[in-house]
Design a protein around this ligand. Structure first.
Ligand code: NAD
Ligand code: IPM
Ligand code: MN
Length: 368
């Protein structure tokens, strides 16, 4: 049997820097665990635009559809801010998500013990935190029509449309309930049913899916603005949060700071099962291309490395090996190793992106 295939799309800014460290981990699995992948690498975002005049070449899109999993670094940056909207780096990422139909974006926020007193919140609030945000990723205001900037009388109007069908809500609700059953068995659904019709439908459908097929899971509903407040007031009340594309984007960046840094948060973007039974999948850190620290060796590679761990778990049935990577990350943090984003105390000196990757590889070696 051939090896499982991975398409690596490092992208822009710190994307290639953090992906270099992930490749070390992938190579380690080949050399030390006999778990080899067929890896191919390609361009996305600004890097693809520079070469092809488009943020995602059709050949890359086709390859992404064929492989067992895609790993993506980050896209975007100030160099591309003034490009026409249709060729902005972010369009490349959104096209991948949409055409692969990766509707379920799993964004876990876990607070490692070693970082509990580093969060901007008090230690007691975040210690032991383990929540999962399930963000709908292929619909909502990101994709709804009509959209655009139009002339209306003598001024312009910018329009985006929040749109959800019952089946789109149904499938993301099921993904959240299934995950909850393997965790704390609790789902909190967030929308704004008080002001948005799409929110009313969202709440109704989530409740119906629950009552018909997941009555064993504890379900609550919350307005998303209150949800944002509750996330920083008492985040441990949550297990699984299910929410739409835009609320999920904002709430997951907020949840990142519960873990110490945006540089810690991984994600899995999953679609329907392929012929081999595995979900179509792309793994991507929650953070962006971080132009303010690009090229300085300051990027924290952990979010991207933990995204690869999610690939081991969700695409390759290698849950134990995923745990091995997570434990290696836990160990380097417990040893006091910190990239610059995780420094909070006097006398601490940061290590570089490369040193962090090497330390995690050394911790993997020590796990054998
Ligand atoms: P960002 O996530 O790139 O950065 C926000 C802040 O977090 C910055 O101060 C940055 O230095 C810090 N940060 C992020 N990742 C880090 C890491 N791994 N280690 C250390 N610090 C880290 O968000 P932004 O500045 O709003 O956006 C920059 C560009 O990235 C934009 O073009 C945006 O569209 C794009 N973006 C892409 C993705 C993606 O590819 N998935 C996600 C978010 C933003
Ligand atoms: C993310 C990013 C993307 C989003 C952008 C870059 C398209 O912020 O993955 O969180 O808004 O979904
Ligand atoms: Mn985001």
């Amino acid at each position: 049997m051939s090896n499982p295939s991975l398409l690596i799309l490092p992208g822009d800014g710190i994307g290639p820097e953090v992906m270099t460290e992930v490749v070390k981990i992938i190579d380690w699995f080949g050399a030390k665990r006999g778990i080899a992948f067929d890896v191919s690498t390609d361009l996305v975002g600004g890097a693809a635009y520079d070469k092809h005049g488009t943020p995602l070449h059709d050949d890359t899109m086709a390859r992404a559809q064929e492989v067992d999993a895609v790993l993506l670094g980050a896209v975007g940056g100030p160099r591309y801010d003034d490009l026409d909207f249709s060729v902005k780096p972010e369009r490349g990422l959104l096209r991948l998500r949409k055409e692969m139909d990766l509707f379920a974006n799993l964004r876990p926020a876990q607070c490692f013990d070693a970082l509990a007193d580093f969060s901007s919140l008090k230690k007691d609030i975040v210690a032991g935190l383990d929540i999962m945000i399930v963000r709908e990723l292929t619909s909502g205001v990101y994709f709804g029509e009509p959209r655009g900037i139009f002339k209306e009388g003598n001024e312009r109007v910018g329009i985006n449309t929040q749109r959800y069908t019952e089946s789109e809500i149904d499938r993301i609700a099921r993904a959240a309930f299934e995950l909850a059953r393997k965790r704390g068995n609790k789902v909190c659904s967030m929308e704004k049913a008080n002001v948005m019709e799409s929110g009313i439908l969202w709440r109704e459908v989530v409740q119906k899916v629950h009552d018909e097929d997941y009555a064993d899971v504890e379900l609550s509903h919350m307005y998303a603005d209150n949800g944002a407040m509750q996330l920083v007031r008492a985040p441990k009340q949550f297990d699984v949060i299910v929410t739409d594309n835009l609320f999920g984007d904002v709430l997951s960046d907020c949840a990142a700071m519960l873990t110490g840094s945006l540089g810690m948060l991984p994600s899995a973007s999953l679609g329907a099962p392929m012929a081999n039974g595995r979900p179509k999948a792309m793994y991507e850190p929650v953070h962006g291309s971080a132009p303010d620290i690009t090229g300085q060796g300051k990027a924290n590679p952990i979010a991207c490395i933990l995204s690869f761990a999610m690939a081991l778990r969700y695409s390759f049935d290698l849950g134990d090996e995923a745990t091995r990577v997570e434990k290696a990350v836990e160990k380097v943090l417990a040893d006091g190793l910190r990239t610059a984003d995780l420094l909070g105390h006097e006398g601490e000196t940061p290590i570089s992106t490369t040193e962090m990757g090497d330390a995690i590889v050394a911790a993997l070696d020590a796990s054998l």
